[in-house]
Write a protein of this length. Structure first.
Ligand code: DLL
Length: 433
């Protein structure tokens, strides 16, 4: 059985993809110039006109858009169609400053659903499947995006949304859910709760999970796959570009194929803005090639990753992005050293811990303090203080080897760190800088 939603595009020769992109970019740049005065002004400031962009080779001439631009233009400044042509908005959970609001026409929603349908089929989904969507529904794009994809594939869609963990498990069992969509941290929590209820992987019908919206490591993938008895697929996206489904993993589980007929990716040096060659790590920049309501050209995602065009044995030809390593704004600079939460997660999982941890950063006498609170698993938990301290020392050493700086490590009781039903909150930065 085919696991492509649109094989002719997903597996098209690269020349054909390039031709599609070249045709679309010329149109899209002119469209934005004519309909988005905010971006037109940026182009004028840079001395670029639509005629200067004849193919994707000319992308570098265009100005970048950043989250700051989106905030400045809030709420309607980047809208390219009359409001009466929009049918939906979604919004980021933005913890700082103004939220970003993205607008969609019906055509934008259809394109987005197709991207998510490609992701579901790549994970083995068919019309025979029951797809339980446990991403939040509402302003967050996770629920609505995968819901649209699930309908396109023809799965029986269970719009469970997030929360109410016992009910989630009951639905999985009673409705024979075969595909689960949620954040990886919530998938891990569901697994943990299942164990507590005395349920193992053989007691549930799930075969695949489509997990994204936050960074997660290979170790976390293996742990979830084992607990739930599934194959776990990564999915990436962001509200500004539509939501989940900008890219997705195939059965190779080796990078996420970017839906290149809709989204053009570049990697840049985050400091200089210079475009970097394939394979080099840098900041991911996206251009939406055919969005109508909220078209973004050269949007800086702040996600750090690499791209590869190496042949993929699944047959898809679209460029793959590595799991984002973190975000430029997630990256903590502690005593001058760059620290990514994902590095800590890798060490924890390699040492047999679950990924339940919190990073607490502060500043005392102009020096950064750095604490990592880590939950023990129930089988590690003991009242033997010496044993716990021994364990703590081993972990502290491994963390220091990975991060290059020393952290105060404390081991805490199972379940004492608050669980998230959506994206996990890992970092508490108390420094006032
Ligand atoms: O998180 C959209 C989404 C929903 C993606 C469900 C996948 C599944 P935002 O809330 O706007 O949108 O957050 C976007 O989340 O720039 C990344 O930093 C991060 N992110 C999303 N997917 C992944 C992933 C949704 N698979 C921001 N791995 C992005 C790592 C991810 N980070």
């Amino acid at each position: 059985m085919s696991n492509y939603f649109q094989k002719e595009i997903e597996c098209a020769p690269i020349e054909q993809i390039r031709a599609i992109q070249n045709e679309k970019i010329v149109k899209q740049v002119r469209y934005v110039w004519e309909h988005v005065p905010y971006y037109r002004k940026k182009m004028e400031e840079k001395g670029v006109r639509p005629d200067d962009v004849r193919s994707i080779e000319d992308m570098h001439k265009l100005p970048f858009l950043s989250k700051a631009d989106l905030r400045k233009a809030y709420p309607y400044g980047l809208l390219a169609v009359p409001l009466k042509d929009c049918v939906r908005i979604h919004s980021t959970s933005g913890t700082t400053g103004k939220r970003v609001i993205a607008f969609y026409t019906q055509a934008d929603i259809d394109m987005w659903s197709e991207c998510c349908a490609r992701a579901i089929m790549a994970a083995g989904g068919t019309a025979e499947d029951v797809c339980q969507i446990s991403y939040g529904y509402g302003l967050f794009t996770g629920g609505a995006g995968l819901d649209g994809g699930s309908h396109k594939v023809g799965c029986l869609t269970v719009p469970a949304s997030s929360g109410n963990t016992e009910r989630q498990i009951m639905f999985i069992k009673d409705l024979n859910a075969t595909i689960l969509c949620c954040t990886p941290s919530y998938a891990a929590y569901l697994g943990e709760s299942m164990k507590e209820m005395g349920l193992g992987p053989d007691d549930i019908p799930l075969k695949a999970g489509i997990f994204g919206a936050e960074a997660w490591s290979e170790e976390m993938r293996r742990s979830i796959e084992e607990t739930l008895g599934i194959k776990a697929y990564d999915i990436y996206g962001l509200t500004e570009l539509s939501g989940p489904g900008v890219s997705f993993e195939c059965s190779e589980q080796h990078g996420m194929h970017i839906n290149e007929d809709h989204f053009l990716a570049e990697i840049i040096d985050p400091d200089t803005g210079e475009v970097l060659p394939e394979g080099t790590q840098g900041e991911l920049v996206f251009t939406s090639l055919d969005k109508q309501a909220f078209p973004l050209l050269r949007y800086r995602t702040r996600d750090i990753c690499t791209l590869t065009r190496e042949k993929c044995s699944c047959g898809r030809t679209h460029v793959r992005m590595a799991k984002p390593k973190g975000r430029t704004d997630d990256m903590l600079i502690i005593r001058g050293v760059n620290v990514f939460p994902s590095q800590i997660e890798t060490v924890l999982l390699n040492n047999g811990y679950a990924a339940n941890y919190q990073i607490i950063v502060g500043r005392v006498n102009h020096t950064d303090t750095f604490e990592i609170k880590v939950e023990m698993t129930p089988d590690m938990f003991t009242d033997n203080v010496g044993e716990i301290d021994e364990r703590r020392k081993v972990l502290a050493d491994d963390l220091k080897a990975m991060l290059g700086i020393k952290a105060k490590v404390s081991l805490v009781a199972p379940k004492s760190i608050t669980r998230s039903e959506g994206k996990a909150v890992r970092v508490i930065d108390n420094r006032k800088i």
